[in-house]
Design a protein. Structure first.
Length: 157
């Protein structure tokens, strides 16, 4: 433990107080939680929603490549992101990717909220979670591979 009492610690500068507390950090992890979680549903919801949003990003990428009207809608949706439309040729612009990021963000938060509500009192099996995580990440990765989807542009226009 520290040589300083808790009363002595309060008279130290803020950075010293922070450093003294930080030095004790690993000990708290080693002792474990007083009330560890008994259900895996909330954690599974967080993980699966992140993988789903990666898949959603790639689905949206394909839809914007095929349908130019959808590309305009998505780009307008992402107009709130700085640099979405930038006339400066030196810095360029993000383009419709800003809208794809927005759709991904909304999809992630919405799916996380829905799954967290559905699974808040449930135990999700690890093999089920790993299967769906792998499926969504593998599908998103494959959907990004140009030889399978030749209509995708290699470079943005």
């Amino acid at each position: 433990m520290s040589q300083h009492s808790s009363q002595d610690l309060s008279t130290q500068p803020l950075y010293s107080q922070f450093w003294t507390q930080l030095k004790q950090f690993p000990k708290g992890l080693a002792s474990g939680s007083k009330s560890p979680p008994t259900l895996s549903g909330p954690a599974a919801a967080a993980l699966l929603s992140a993988a789903f949003s990666c898949f959603l990003l790639m689905v949206n990428q394909h839809l914007t490549s095929i349908y130019k009207v959808w590309n305009k809608i998505v780009w307008d949706l992402g107009g709130w992101i700085p640099g979405s439309r930038n006339p400066d040729p030196i810095y360029g612009e993000i383009g419709s990717y800003s809208g794809k990021e927005t759709v991904m963000l909304v999809g992630w938060l919405l799916s996380w909220f829905i799954l967290a509500q559905l699974w808040q009192n449930r135990q999700v099996q690890a093999k089920t979670l790993i299967f769906w995580l792998f499926t969504f990440i593998a599908a998103a990765t494959i959907m990004n591979w140009h030889p399978i989807f030749p209509y995708l542009p290699l470079m943005p226009k």
